[in-house]
Each structure stands twice: as structure tokens, then as C-alpha cells.
Design a protein around this ligand. Structure first.
Ligand SMILES: [Zn+2]
Length: 421
């Protein structure tokens, strides 16, 4: 039993909520990636305040400019790591992204005010995922202030850009930082009684149909790219659906659920630059967002999707260009290894009941740890409501319980003993 740190957290609920509200009031909206420097400075000060050593990996400007679209390329990308070295051989890293999606729509509670209303905390990023970030930070503080000592070195990684794929966030951190952890907890992708052990992957492409524009009144020798795009989409849509129906692509999660591959066509579609009612469109584009299960392989899905689109376009004599928007590998780890089992005990100990292991439909940064570093990873954070929507919120009770789960895990996890404790 390590109730000291958990009691400390219950007693410091106000401080935790106040700190979280402070982070929500710094709108780290991505795209384009605003106010990263302000928030990272605040987080670094807090890490130092609780006695951790800190390290900031700022992505060189040339790499930012090469990787991101022009609208985002002038905003700096920082990744911050706080480390508590207890002299153990192994290190566990708790990862939270600090960027948030834009706050569109009409909110009753202002999105960047950090308002509390009864047991609820409202704001963009409260659930995804500044709530979990603050919970992980306070969990480490609770363990330190109560004089407990983990049997594993503890790192808190606060990263950029998860909302646009994480290439310059966790992706940059795992490939550029010399010291790498042995275990990782991505602080989202599981909540309450569910622990994430993987997620689906993503292939996002943009297909541009290349026609030949002109004046509406003189259509001779023009090629209407919009009409061709409609023809192309109507032919590829049923063909893509056919490929999804393959039962070998389904994935059975440890909790007995089935994940199936899905596709969304035309999340973004539109004309080229010369868009006007009396101009024959010379370009028209649409996006494909294909989600793959852990039973599928990223390179295979990517290649087959491009081939399918290209071959149908060729048959219809339509000229196209395909651009990659983003790809993310799927991942799924065994729930039987020491990390998920120790975490399960922490969840059950704090919350009661039986915890379950799940694989998420939406992707997180877990795959960077699981596939790039090859380390055991789980996903767990606050139980948010209205993520990416208006009135995004978390309950204070869940926030404190989540911090207590992290704290209990940190006190109990003993990776060097044969059973993980
Ligand atoms: Zn998130």
C-alpha cells in the first residue's frame, strides 16, 4: 500500500486544478503551433520546482520548415523532458503532448479560461491532454514530497505536435534524444477501467486530379478536373470498400472487441488555386483517410491504396498526383508483460473493480515507443468528454484518481524483479 502519495494528491486537489487551468489558459493551438515556448517555459519551471533535472530538445528551424506546411513552419517546436534519476537501471517515461486542436464552435464555458463548474473543468485541452499532463506531473510531485522512492528512474516527457502526427514531437524525441527509456506510458488512449495496449494506424493521402482549365464559355480543348474527380471517386469508392471486407484485416482486442479497417473519402476536397464560377477547374483534389488495424502493415496498405487509385485513374484516362499527408503505424502489445500488469494492479488498486485492456481506434504517440524504440508501452489518462468538440471537459474526481493511479504505479513498479514488482 502506498497511500501516502495518494493522500497527498487528494489534499492537493486545488493546486492540481489551478495548475491545470494555468496550462489551459496558454492556448497551444495546433495548427499552427502557437505559444509553445510560453507553455514549455512554465512546465520547465514546475519540473525544476519539484526537483527534476530538465532537458529541452528544440527542433532545428530547417527541419520544421521542411516537415510542416508553410502556415506552421515559423512556429518553434520544443520537446521537454524532466528526469528523476533514482540510480535504478531502468527508466519509465510518462509522455503527454501539450498541443491542442483549435476551439471552433460556440462554447458556454470559454475554451481558454480554464473554468471550473461544480466537479467539471472546462476548456480546450482539458481532456486532450493537459489534464493527463498535469496528473502525471502531480503524481511525481506527490511521490517526491511524501519521501517515497520508486525502483525505476522516472521521466516526464512533454511533447509537441501529437495533433498533427507527432513527427516533430514524440517522433523527434525518440529518434534524437541519446537517452531512451525502457518503458513508456503515453498518458492517453485508455481511461477509467480501460488500459490501452495499442491503436490503429493511419494512411492519409491527397489525390489531385490534373485537368486543363479555361473560360466557362469556351470549353473546347479544356478538361474539367472536377468532373473527372467525381468520376474517379465514384469508381474507387466501391473498390476500396471491397478491400476492407477481408476478414484477415480484422483485429481482435484483448477485451474481445473487433477492430475493422475503415476509410473516409473527401474529408478535405476542393479546387486548385483558380477557383471561380466561370472558370473550368484545371485542378481538383480530395483526401483519403484510411485507418488500418494492427493486423495490417502500414507499407502494404499505403502501397495498395496508391496502386488502386492509380490503376483506376489510368483506366479512366485521368491524370492524377498523389501526395502523402500523414502515416502512422498501428501497434498492439501483449497485456501479459510486466508493465501492463503492474499498471493494471495500480488501476484496480485505486479505482476498484477489474481493469481491461483495449486497442484504440484512434492513434496516439504509442507507436513511436512500441515500434521505433521497441519498448513496452501502455496508454492511460483522464476520462475526457467532448474531445476535439465544444465544452471539452473532465471531472475533478477523475483527474485526482488518474494522478493517484500514476503515483501508485510509480511506487509499485519494480521492473527488475521477475514478476514486475
Ligand atoms: Zn491527444
Amino acid at each position: 500500500m502506498n497511500t501516502d502519495a495518494e493522500t497527498w494528491l487528494a489534499e492537493h486537489e486545488e493546486d492540481l486544478c489551478a495548475f491545470l487551468a494555468e496550462t489551459v489558459r496558454i492556448p497551444t493551438v495546433n495548427p499552427p503551433g502557437e505559444n509553445y515556448t510560453d507553455l514549455v517555459e512554465r512546465l520547465e519551471a514546475k519540473l525544476r520546482d519539484i526537483g527534476l533535472s530538465t532537458e529541452i530538445l528544440t527542433v532545428p528551424q530547417q527541419i520544421v520548415a521542411k516537415t510542416l506546411l508553410p502556415g506552421s513552419a515559423n512556429f518553434p517546436r520544443h520537446n521537454l523532458v524532466g528526469r528523476w534519476d533514482v540510480g535504478a537501471e531502468k527508466t519509465v517515461q510518462l509522455n503527454s503532448h501539450y498541443d491542442v486542436v483549435p476551439a471552433a464552435g460556440t462554447w458556454k464555458h470559454s475554451p481558454f479560461a480554464g473554468e471550473r463548474d461544480g466537479d467539471w473543468l472546462f476548456g480546450r485541452g482539458m481532456a486532450d491532454m493537459k489534464g493527463s499532463l498535469a496528473a502525471s506531473l502531480f503524481a511525481v510531485e506527490a511521490v517526491r514530497r511524501t519521501g517515497l522512492k520508486p525502483r525505476v528512474n522516472v521521466e516526464l516527457a512533454f511533447v509537441a505536435d501529437e495533433e498533427i502526427g507527432g513527427e516533430l514531437g514524440t517522433g523527434y524525441l525518440v529518434s534524437h534524444r541519446k537517452r531512451t527509456p525502457d518503458f513508456a506510458i503515453v498518458c492517453e488512449g485508455g481511461a477509467a477501467g480501460k488500459i490501452g495496449v495499442g491503436h490503429n494506424g493511419i494512411v492519409q493521402l491527397e489525390v489531385t486530379v490534373l485537368g486543363k482549365g479555361g473560360h466557362s464559355a469556351y470549353p473546347i480543348r479544356t478538361v474539367n478536373a472536377f468532373e473527372q474527380m467525381v468520376a474517379l471517386v465514384s469508381r474507387i469508392e466501391p473498390e476500396i470498400r471491397k478491400t476492407l471486407a477481408d476478414s484477415r484485416k480484422r483485429f481482435a482486442t484483448p477485451s474481445g472487441e473487433y477492430l475493422e479497417p475503415v476509410v473516409n473519402l473527401g474529408g478535405v476536397f476542393g479546387p486548385g488555386k483558380a477557383a471561380k464560377v466561370n472558370i473550368i477547374p484545371g485542378e481538383a483534389s480530395f483526401t483519403i483517410d484510411r485507418r488500418l488495424t494492427p493486423s495490417e502493415q502500414l507499407v502494404v496498405v499505403d502501397r495498395e491504396l496508391r496502386e488502386l487509385v492509380r490503376s483506376i485513374a489510368a483506366k479512366c484516362r485521368i491524370r492524377i498526383r498523389i501526395r502523402k499527408i500523414q502515416t502512422t503505424a498501428p501497434c498492439a502489445l501483449s497485456p501479459r508483460s510486466p508493465l501492463p500488469q503492474a499498471f493494471r494492479r495500480a488501476v484496480e488498486g485505486v479505482r476498484g473493480g477489474r481493469a481491461r485492456f483495449t486497442v484504440n481506434r484512434g492513434a496516439t504517440d504509442m507507436h513511436y515507443y512500441a515500434r521505433k524504440l521497441g519498448v513496452d508501452t501502455i496508454g492511460y489518462g483522464v476520462d475526457g468528454k467532448n474531445i476535439h468538440a465544444i465544452e471539452e471537459r473532465i471531472s475533478v474526481k477523475d483527474l485526482v484518481a488518474t494522478a493517484q493511479v500514476y503515483a501508485r504505479f510509480l511506487c509499485d513498479f519494480a521492473p527488475d524483479s521477475p514478476k514486475g514488482r
